[in-house]
Design a protein around this ligand. Structure first.
Ligand code: 3H9
Length: 706
């Protein structure tokens, strides 16, 4: 077994160094080695202080999440911490990079802490549906107070070293060489005769009343909607007022409960699915960051509309130089205004400093002609969604760029393979499907054709990593993964429910209560009903769908009811407000469209609305899998949780299907097939997996490419 902890004596200081790449997770091997070196150090009378650091970066990403589904091997992290906290001479943690979860909990069990000025310290457990279970809910309140601890644990966001110092979480911030600062700190403790200072011996000085709890929860209301972990966090922090031994026992019981929860299983599934989806080309995210990203310094974006401007901002935010080209000078002027106003709003909201905004704006320069982008490391085409125009742009780019450079198209409806054939080098062409707003959305669909080269894919992964986006590879097919499932499954069913008697507000509210950030009709109004209509025009050029297929949304587009931008859509919006108000005219329209199709309208319960929309999503998801458009069910989950507002704590549609049980899923789909007929044909894959008694997760393990 590789050595995961080293130990060296440097004068009076015993230097313990964790070395467990890639993220210094506190795995079982680390705990064993830590317990061993601590026991050895205790027997060495020459050692007067212990200094704990780590090799590489980060300091530690916390407990090893891959071990959570197995019985915990001894010693536990709590046992290691108890040994350190009871150590007879001072123990100091010196933190660089990130100290997260169990990593920070380890540091909190040390007697003193110093951190490099660029370090960040955080408790992200809530994002995994668990509570800090190695003393975090007991030691953090003892160091920074119960209220501050509650805020830090509920947010899951790390704080900076200077803020940690102000709060009392660290004793000193080191400006430069952390190792030297740590050794110096230890020597000073020894000289001044300062001994151990166990965190567990402190008491919590503030309490938590119900009003404080409510106000701590308020900023996280959206992120924690439908979740339960926060209740366990609150209970554990309340227990920090008790003597440490009682509090830590309560924490342990609550931690076990959180670990076994469905919420945690789902959130851990998404955590690993996001990392796995970034590896489809055989290049891991870490590898991509390490080896390939330095090659990308300058990016060109062709087309300065909303999407092109957003993509330019995304790259400028990531520190890259951007060349923006558009053959319409007016469009470039509008884009400049859009870029300025996006950054101005960031400054106004306190998200970035004016100097940083100015610097980023300067990174985006206009390129007069396509020839001017010849020295870009990669080019993204984001011109108007018109096949001939896009082909023309790609072919021109192909002739000015050296043949190994990536050319990406941002099309969302056209065939990437067909566009690639307009070039002499189709291997260097793939799709990069950004979502609006491109600078903020997390998801990036990478669309590979049969000809996309492995180098192009590696570069695309690299782009995702640089932009801090979650990448998922999709085969080239209409709508790729996300839009295909949205159009043929989820939104289609939502419209069908309207025709059968539900109202837009009823459908939206039911799905928002299920956990979606926004219901389908509100989403449609926000993005513009015309956007969907245009996509369907392209779809019908490639494939047909039987009526009724978005008859309502397409009729609204015809009537100029495009959504929020025109003040009318599925809803009414008064004077530029975003508040959606029911529109009786739309209800009349829906009744008329239903009557024309002989659809008899009746009351539909909220449960049926949710069940039909989610089952439709799952069913089309299974078709996307069996058609090879997505490689893994888990990739679909990533697409839907990071790009389409599916509740993350339910793990994504395919994970959710597994939790329902595929036999149950199949039985309900068959029920709707018999009741409603038309497109409710069960996916063959669901039939196959249900009859074999397996799940999408098992299918992924057995058949997806590694
Ligand atoms: C905890 O501590 C519980 C305690 O309170 C109680 C215990 C009793 N474990 O993200 P990346 C892997 S809960 C195992 O691509 P980056 C990751 O899967 C933990 N593996 O890199 C990937 O593997 P692969 C609380 C982990 O630079 C590789 O490392 N901590 C862990 O973009 C690289 O990861 C957290 O929630 C882990 N803890 O981001 C932090 N962390 O290459 C979770 C990462 O095979 N981690 N891996 O796919 C993160 O947020 C990010 O990974 C980090 C690095 C910011 C650290």
């Amino acid at each position: 077994m590789a050595r995961t902890v080293t130990f060296n004596q440097l004068g009076p200081v015993g230097l313990i160094c964790i070395d467990n790449p890639p993220v210094n997770a506190i795995s079982h091997s680390v705990r064993l080695a830590l317990a061993d070196v601590v026991a050895r150090a205790e027997k060495n009378p020459g050692i007067k202080a212990l200094l704990i650091m780590s090799e590489g970066s980060p300091f530690s990403a916390g407990a090893d999440i891959t071990e959570f589904d197995r019985p915990e091997g001894e010693p536990s992290l709590q046992q290691v911490q108890a040994a350190l906290e009871a150590f007879p001479i001072p123990v100091v943690a010196a933190i660089h990079g990130l100290a997260l979860g169990g990593g920070l909990e380890l540091a909190m069990a040390c007697h003193y802490r110093l951190a490099h000025k660029d370090a960040k310290l955080g408790m992200p457990e809530i994002t995994l549906g668990i509570i800090p279970g190695a003393g975090g809910t007991q030691r953090l309140p003892r160091l920074i107070g119960a209220r501050a601890a509650l805020n830090m644990i509920l947010s899951g966001t790390p704080i900076s070293a200077p803020e940690a110092k102000t709060k009392g979480l660290v004793d000193e911030v080191a400006e430069d060489d952390l190792r030297n600062a740590g050794l110096f700190f230890c020597e000073r403790l020894v000289q001044e005769g300062l001994g151990p200072r166990p965190t567990c011996s402190r008491t919590v000085t503030d309490g938590l009343d119900e009003a404080e709890i409510a106000s701590a929860l308020l900023p996280h209301a959206r992120a924690l909607k439908g979740r339960t972990t926060q209740e366990l966090v609150i209970e554990a922090i309340k227990a920090s007022k008790l003597p440490f031994s009682q509090g830590i026992a309560i924490e342990a019981a609550l931690a076990q409960k959180s670990l076994a929860s469905r919420e945690s299983l789902a959130l851990r599934h998404v955590f690993f699915a996001e990392r796995e989806s970034g590896k489809s080309s055989g290049v891991s995210a870490v590898e991509a960051k390490r080896t390939l990203s330095p090659a990308i310094h300058r990016v060109a974006v062709i087309g300065a509309g909303t999407m092109g401007s957003g993509i330019a901002i995304a790259f400028a935010d990531a520190g890259l130089e951007v060349l923006l080209n558009d053959n319409d000078p007016a469009s470039l002027i509008r884009s400049r205004e859009r870029i300025h106003s996006t950054y101005a709003s960031g400054v106004r909201r306190g998200r970035i400093h004016q100097n940083v905004a100015d610097e980023r704006i300067r990174r985006i320069r206009n390129a007069r002609t396509l020839a001017d982008v010849a020295d870009a490391d990669l080019v993204i085409e984001a011109v108007f969604e018109d096949r001939e125009l896009k082909k023309d742009v790609l072919s021109k780019l192909d002739s000015v760029l050296p043949p190994q450079r990536l050319i990406a198209t941002n099309t969302s409806t056209l065939s990437v393979s067909e566009l690639a054939r307009a070039t002499a080098h189709p291997g260097r062409v793939l799709g990069l499907h950004f979502f609006v707003p491109a600078q903020a959305s997390r998801l990036l669909e990478i669309v590979r054709t049969d000809h996309s080269s492995p180098e192009s894919l590696s570069t695309a992964f690299c782009v995702a990593k640089l932009l801090k986006k979650v990448a998922v590879v999709s085969r080239d097919a209409f709508g790729f993964i996300g839009n295909r499932m949205m159009l043929d499954g989820y939104f289609r069913e939502a419209e069908q429910l309207l025709l059968e008697g539900a109202t837009p507000i009823q459908v939206d509210t039911a799905l928002e209560n299920f956990g979606f950030a926004m219901g389908p009709q509100r989403v449609s109004d926000l993005g513009g009903n015309d956007v969907g209509t245009k996509a369907r025009v392209q779809l019908f050029k490639r494939e047909k769908r039987p009526d009724p297929y978005f008859v309502i949304a397409d009729r609204l587009t015809e009537m100029g009811k495009l959504g929020q931008k025109t003040g009318r859509g599925f809803y009414c919006y008064e004077n530029g407000s975003r508040e959606a108000m029911p529109d009786p005219e739309v209800n009349n329209l829906i009744e008329k469209l239903a009557f024309e199709r002989g659809i008899s309208r009746h009351e539909i319960g909220n449960e049926e609305i949710v069940e039909r929309c989610i089952l439709a999503l799952i069913n089309v998801g299974a078709m996307v899998l069996e058609e090879g458009i997505a490689a893994r069910a888990a990739d679909i989950d990533v697409v839907w949780t990071s790009g389409y507002g599916f509740p993350r704590h339910l793990g994504g549609p395919m994970f959710y299907a597994d939790t329902l049980g595929l036999s149950e899923v199949l039985q309900r789909i068959r029920h709707y097939h018999e009741k409603l007929v038309y497109y409710w044909r069960p996916a063959t894959l669901i039939e196959r997996l249900a009859s074999a008694g397996t799940s999408f997760e098992q299918w992924d393990r057995a058949s997806a490419p590694r």
